[in-house]
Structures are given as C-alpha cells and as structure tokens.
Design a protein around this ligand. Structure first.
Ligand code: NAG
Ligand code: CU
Length: 177
C-alpha cells in the first residue's frame, strides 16, 4: 500500500506539471527535410502555432547552409547581415523570446534569392498564468478591443489547463490518503 501511495503522489506531481510542459514546444524547420533549398517554408509554417518560449531547430549538413535572422526588408530582398552573425552548427536552435514577426534566411550563395530558402513566422504571445506579474494588466484606455480579446482567450485556455492539472492532482492525492 505504501508503494502504491507513492506512485499516486508522483502521478499527482506530474499532473500539475503537464500544463507547464505543454506551454513550450520544439519545432523542427522543414520537419524531416530540414533547412534546405527548394522547400516551401511558407507552406510548412502555415497553420502552425508559434509561441513565445517555443524553440526552432534548423537541421542541415554543416557548411551547406547557414541561418541568418533578418528584418522584413532583408527577407524580401535577401539582404545578408555580416557572416559573423550567421548560425552555422548544422543543428541551430533559436528560442522564440518575443512575440511578433520573425524572418530567417540562408546566407550561402543565392539559396535565398533563387532557391527560396527563407522562413517567415509570426510568434504569438504566451501569457503565463503561473506568474501573474507577466499577465497584461487591465488598463482603461482606447486600445482596440480585438488584441485584448484574443489575449484573454489565450490566457483563459492556459488557466483552464492549469486548473485541470491541479484538479487531477487534488483528486489523486485525495485517493492516496
Ligand atoms: C533592416 O536590416 C537592414 C540590414 O540588413 C538595415 O539596413 C535596415 O535599416 C533594416 N530596416 C529596418 C526597418 O530596421
Ligand atoms: Cu542554403
């Protein structure tokens, strides 16, 4: 019985962590194809949910490609920043730290211009219900209602996940003792 109980306690602890664990995910750019030429990265990004805290992984043979973060103009016209800014490890990881539009291009040859090796994504904010200090405070202003509304919806979802995890934990602990 003691062993059985400790299993339940572990399960309860894991349950409370599930919502936190689902908050960040790893996205392999191009999936199995990786970071390469003649691949439609806009189609790949289509419908995917990019959130602050998520991680992009660019996989490619070392030397074949690089990853450069650029702005919208750089993306449009394939303007390469200095080579010293390039990621070159062949398994480059980028944690999406801020919301908004992000652009990445390859710095090798004319891969960006002629082979479409460029990625554009929009990162959504990831409101955290764990640290209320980070949540947007209700401000009485003339802000457009739509972004506020969508933020609230995301926050509600996260709150629900956390609530569900805590409920499972409480019920499990109640059964254990
Ligand atoms: C975009 O980046 C280029 C350099 O790659 C820079 O010259 C330009 O000023 C930047 N544009 C904006 C709007 O920041
Ligand atoms: Cu390339």
């Amino acid at each position: 019985m003691a062993l059985h109980r400790s299993y339940l306690v572990v399960f309860a602890l894991i349950s409370t962590m599930i919502p936190v664990m689902t908050l960040a995910k790893e996205l392999v750019v191009g999936d199995g194809k990786g970071w390469t030429i003649n691949f439609d990265y806009q189609a790949w990004a289509q419908g995917k949910d990019f959130r602050v805290g998520d991680k992009l992984v660019f996989n490619y043979p070392v030397g074949a490609h690089t990853v450069l973060k650029v702005n919208g103009t750089g993306f449009q016209n394939c303007i390469k920043p200095p080579a010293s800014e390039a990621l070159t490890s062949g398994s480059d990881e980028i944690v999406l730290a801020t919301p908004g539009r992000k652009w990445y291009i390859c710095g090798v040859g004319t891969h960006c211009e002629t082979a479409g090796q460029k990625l554009f994504i929009t990162v959504q904010p990831q409101p955290s219900s764990v640290s209320p200090a980070m949540a947007p405070s209700p401000v009485q202003s003339n802000m457009a209602p739509s972004p506020v509304q969508s933020n609230m919806a995301v926050k509600d979802t996260v709150n629900y996940q956390l609530f569900f995890g805590v409920m499972v934990a409480v019920v499990t602990l109640a059964l254990a003792f």
